[in-house]
Design a protein around this ligand. Structure first.
Ligand code: BV8
Length: 239
């Protein structure tokens, strides 16, 4: 059992999560041997070229992700983060790389999905329309809906090579944070893997939580080894 981490009255907490926080809900991570990418090549399902080349392959992949994610339940890690937000109020900010909605179902409100959301779709022609709610599990490209401008809908997902969402808000929150907690991410994708460096520049305490060292392990002042659902409950003590 790790000793508790104290959060003081002057602290502002920024949390970054990755696929590891949804692992105990039964959702595959990307890089574990049985992970998502094991069955697919990144280039075939998560790049603008992949979308141009074979939009059905992309929708097939994200429909399968919807099927799995919509059947999953939040785990103790999601609930612990919801509790921490309740204790800290606006001194808490959650940025997730995950596209499932388990943080919301676990009680988190003040969060951004920097790599998009499974439960939404958006215009492939970027006509300016807002992303729309879309939870359909498509069986063929003919079923895929269209934007009011007539263009086809694409997953509201940030592909490799595309700019992550809400970066200016994320930057502001990192600049204000005195504590950065990174949970369940291998640190293999940028710019998310750089957030801990930005926090260090601001002299924030940096904490990594996960069962194995991430690629950017050297940037963390504290590492708590273990599964998020087992370690997070009771880990933080709000003074
Ligand atoms: C961009 C879509 C420009 C949704 C995703 C060289 C240097 C720097 C950058 C690059 C470079 N070459 C290419 C780039 C850019 C590229 C990149 O980083 N490529 C990588 C491969 C090198 N990045 C981009 O293209 C990004 N855009 O750079 O735009 C820009 C930059 C700055 C400012 C403006 C513009 C866009 C990247 C977004 C790609 N889309 N997801 C979806 O399909 O889900 S990425 C996807 O993989 C995730 O969203 C996540 O971000 C990423 C990593 O996955 P993880 O969450 O870390 O999961 P992983 O399986 O890897 O690890 C799981 C971890 O959980 C493990 O550590 C494991 O130990 C742990 N774990 C397991 N069980 C548990 C657990 N932890 C806790 N509890 C458990 N029970």
């Amino acid at each position: 059992m790790h000793s508790q981490i104290l959060i003081y009255p002057a602290d502002r907490v920024f949390v970054l999560t990755g696929a590891g926080v949804s692992a105990e809900s039964g959702l595959a991570t990307f890089r574990a041997s049985d992970g998502l990418w094991a069955g697919y090549r990144l280039e075939d399902v998560c790049t603008p070229d992949a979308w141009e080349r074979d939009p059905w392959k992309v929708w097939e992949f994200y429909s399968a992700r919807r099927r799995a994610a919509f059947a999953a339940k939040p785990n103790a890690a999601h609930r612990a983060l919801g509790e921490l937000e309740k204790r800290l109020g606006e001194r808490f900010f959650l940025c997730t790389q995950n596209v499932d909605e388990l943080h919301e179902l676990g009680g988190s409100f003040n969060l951004v999905h920097m790599h998009g959301e499974l439960a939404k779709a958006r215009c492939e022609a970027a006509c300016g329309a807002e992303p729309v709610d879309d939870r359909r599990i498509y069986e063929s490209l003919h079923e895929v809906g269209h934007c009011r401008c007539g263009a086809r809908l694409r997953p509201h997902i940030v592909f490799f090579g595309e700019t992550p969402l809400e970066l200016s808000r994320i930057q502001d929150e990192i600049n204000r944070a005195t504590v950065m907690v990174v949970i369940g991410t291998s640190g293999s994708v940028y710019p998310a893997a750089n957030f801990v460096q930005w926090a260090r520049l601001n002299k924030a305490r940096t904490i990594y939580i996960g069962p194995e060292a991430p690629l950017n392990a050297g940037a963390f002042s504290i590492t708590v080894e273990g599964k998020a659902g087992e370690v997070l409950p009771g880990l933080f003590r709000v003074e």
